[in-house]
Each structure stands twice: as C-alpha cells, then as structure tokens.
Ligand binder design. Structure first.
Ligand code: NAD
Ligand code: GLY
Length: 359
C-alpha cells in the first residue's frame, strides 16, 4: 500500500495531498502549521462518532485548538440554511482569518465547508479530510466548493483551494456499499476521460471484491490525474470540463429526483452511458464504447438507466441550467476513445431531442 504525497499545483498555491492507510492514528505532525490556532472541524452525524475523536486528538497534540461542529448527514445539508448556521457559529466563536476550518466527511461536508471558507471574512484557511471514496478521488482536491440551489446542483459556489488534504484510506472500511459504488462511478469516469490503462484495470478486476485491495493506489492515481487537469485549467474554462463527463445528465437527475434520492456518483454512472450514446449520435464517440461502459458499470453493480418517472420534461429544465452552457449551446463531454475526451457544443433543442429518445 503506497504512502503518497502528491503536490497539487493549484492557483494561487500548491498544496500537499497525503494518502496513507491508518493516517488518522498518526495525524498530529500534519497539523503543526496550525499550532496555537482554532480549528473548527465540520463533520456530519455519521462520521463524527467514527473519526472526530482521532482528528481532535491529533490537533490537540499539535498544539491547535479543535472545536467540533456536527451537521445532519446527506445532500440536503449542502444548502443556504446550513451555510448560514456555520457563519453564525464561526462569528459567535470569534473565529478569525488565521484560524481554520477542517472538513471531515464526504463531498457534502467538503463542498459546504469549502464554500464557508471561501466566503467567511473573504477567505479562511481550509483543510480537507475526506472519508468517502468519492471525496478521496475527486471532490477534496481541485478547489470547487459549492452549495445547491433548489433550482440546480452546485449553482452557488467558488473556486477555493484547500491548503492541505489528508486521506486515510482505512476510512473506506466503514463506508456502506452503496456509497462505495458512488465513488467507483467517479473512478470509472477518470478511466473513461483520461486513462485507458485505469479503465482496463477496472475491467480486468471485474468486481468490487477484487478491486478493493487496490483502492489506495487508485485514489492516488485519480488525484494525480485530477491534479494535472486542475493545473492546466484551475477555473474550469476549458480542459477541466472533461471532469464533468456524465455530469450534464447526472445533475439534472439529482435535481429532478430530489437531492439525496439518487447519489451523485450513481447519477454520474447513468450520465456516462447517456453521454456515450449522445457522443455516438454526434459522430464523436465510437458506437461500441457505450456498451463497454455499460458492461463495466453492470459488473460493479452500478446503475445505467434513468430511473422510471424521470421524464424529459422533468429533466430538461435543470439541464438547461448546466454550468457548461454557453448561449443556446450546452457543452457536453464526449469520448473520442476510452481515455480520450473533449467537450462538444450541442444546441439545447438537439439535446432535448436526444433526451426524449433516451427515455
Ligand atoms: P456524502 O458527503 O453525502 O457522504 C455519503 C454518506 O456517507 C453520508 O451519509 C456520510 O455521513 C457517510 N460517510 C462519509 N464517510 C463515511 C465513512 N468513512 N464511513 C461511514 N459513513 C461515511 O456524499 P459523497 O458521495 O462523499 O459526496 C457527494 C457530494 O460531492 C455531492 O454533493 C457532489 O456534488 C459533490 N462533489 C463535489 C466535487 C467537487 O469537485 N467539489 C466533485 C464530485 C462530487
Ligand atoms: N469534479 C469536477 C471538477 O472538479 O472539476
């Protein structure tokens, strides 16, 4: 199992991502830069009983002053009301710019805490300790932070890089299999868009059982890939959009189903199959890729079909709010091959047609 230190060349600063099995049990030295500072740990009700004590002990041993804030678990927590409660908590606790917030949990806690960091006092120090597979391979690095709006996913947000990301891959041992699956969706996405060898490795393993021992190296590989993309395009103006392969439909599904009903990573799986089919219609994606993606998702017990009841009429309004939209076009991410991708502008009306055929 690798102990990995990756430096993500973010804008405007570079930051380390430390990946180690068992890291939380020996985490204190990582917190030395926060000696004498208050560090507010934002976590949720599922993660707190499992890991908050270890993080608090590490902070105390490093001479920092930990303060714990526990929120409800789940996607609905990524909202304005919870954000306002965090601001109130920070203000009443006298938290200043030289103090820090630490996100301990999955992508929901990471995105919400990061947005609080970006905006509180115009920016406060930010540490990520991701505990889901999805957050470890994707959301904890790259600096996209956000909350949801009732009209769409992640519509209120910022680019705000953490200064430290600490990943203990042992935390995946307590994650339930549905959440593991959601993370695997994002892992398969990296293979599709950037790394044919990773995709083939996942195909060859053929099931979660055989892939699980490789999670530490897979987490490291995904972060390396994301780091390269974020370095080229930190503000999502071009290349970085490929990280949103499958996300155009995914965000619409999450919104139309009601936040939290279908997990983000599950929606991405369904969205990747649709994006492969749309890419084939546009003449960009070789037709056999759709079934190759379907097969690998099925082998890993991941969804491939839009859930019954989500009609084109229900999905299209939030699809039109996609952040990759530009004028009347929506840019979708298409595969030219497994491991190679680019964005393609599609008139909104044509996408609506594609969608009607899909459903
Ligand atoms: P999540 O944060 O809701 O966590 C999933 C569930 O697992 C929660 O109930 C949580 O309490 C529980 N949990 C977390 N760690 C655990 C552990 N180790 N053991 C047991 N239970 C644990 O979901 P997620 O899938 O991590 O994140 C989804 C969010 O991430 C979405 O809002 C999505 O939009 C966002 N996201 C952001 C980015 C980005 O770049 N910022 C990228 C991808 C996804
Ligand atoms: N998860 C997509 C991105 O970070 O750009």
């Amino acid at each position: 199992m690798p102990d990995v230190q990756i430096r993500i060349p973010g804008m405007p600063k570079e930051y380390p991502v430390v990946i180690e099995s068992g890291l939380l049990s020996r985490i204190a030295p990582q917190f030395k830069p926060f000696e004498g500072r208050k560090v507010v740990i934002i976590t949720d009700e599922n993660v707190a009983p499992l890991y908050a004590e270890k993080v608090m002990a590490g902070l105390e041993a490093a001479g920092a002053r930990p303060i714990l804030r526990i929120l409800p678990a789940g996607e609905t927590t990524k909202c304005m009301e919870q954000l306002e409660r965090i601001y109130d908590f920070l203000l009443s606790g006298g938290i200043t710019r030289t103090d820090a917030l630490l996100a301990l949990g999955g992508g929901v806690i990471g995105d919400l805490t990061g947005y609080a960091c970006a905006t509180y006092l115009r920016g406060i120090r930010f540490i990520q300790v991701p505990t889901t597979l999805l957050a470890q391979v994707d959301s904890s690095v790259g600096g996209k932070v956000a909350i949801n709006h009732p009209r769409g996913k992640n519509l209120l947000g910022a680019f705000y890089q953490p200064e430290l990301v600490l990943i203990d891959t042992d935390t995946l041992n307590t994650l339930d299999q549905r959440q593991v699956g959601a993370g695997l969706g994002e892992v398969i996405k990296y293979g599709c868009i950037l790394d044919a060898a990773l995709f083939e490795q996942i195909e060859a393993c053929g099931s979660r059982q055989f892939l699980a021992p490789l999670y530490p190296e897979i987490v490291a590989r995904c972060i390396e890939l994301k780091g390269q993309v974020v370095y080229e395009d930190p503000y999502d103006r071009g290349l970085r959009m490929i990280l949103n392969f499958g996300h155009t439909l995914a965000h619409a599904i999450e919104n139309a189903a009601g936040y939290g009903e279908i997990l983000h990573g599950e929606a991405v799986c369904i969205g990747m199959v649709a994006a492969a089919a749309w890419g084939a219609r546009l003449g960009v994606t070789p037709p056999e890729i759709e079934s190759r993606i379907r097969q690998v998702l099925t082998a890993y017990a991941l969804p491939t079909e839009v859930p019954a009841g989500l009609t084109a009429e229900k999905l299209f309004p939030s699809l039109a709010l996609d952040k990759k939209a530009s004028g009347k076009d929506i840019r979708i991410v298409c595969l030219e091959a497994i491991g190679r991708s680019r964005t393609v502008p599609v008139p909104a009306a044509r996408l609506k047609e594609f969608m009607a055929k899909l459903l």
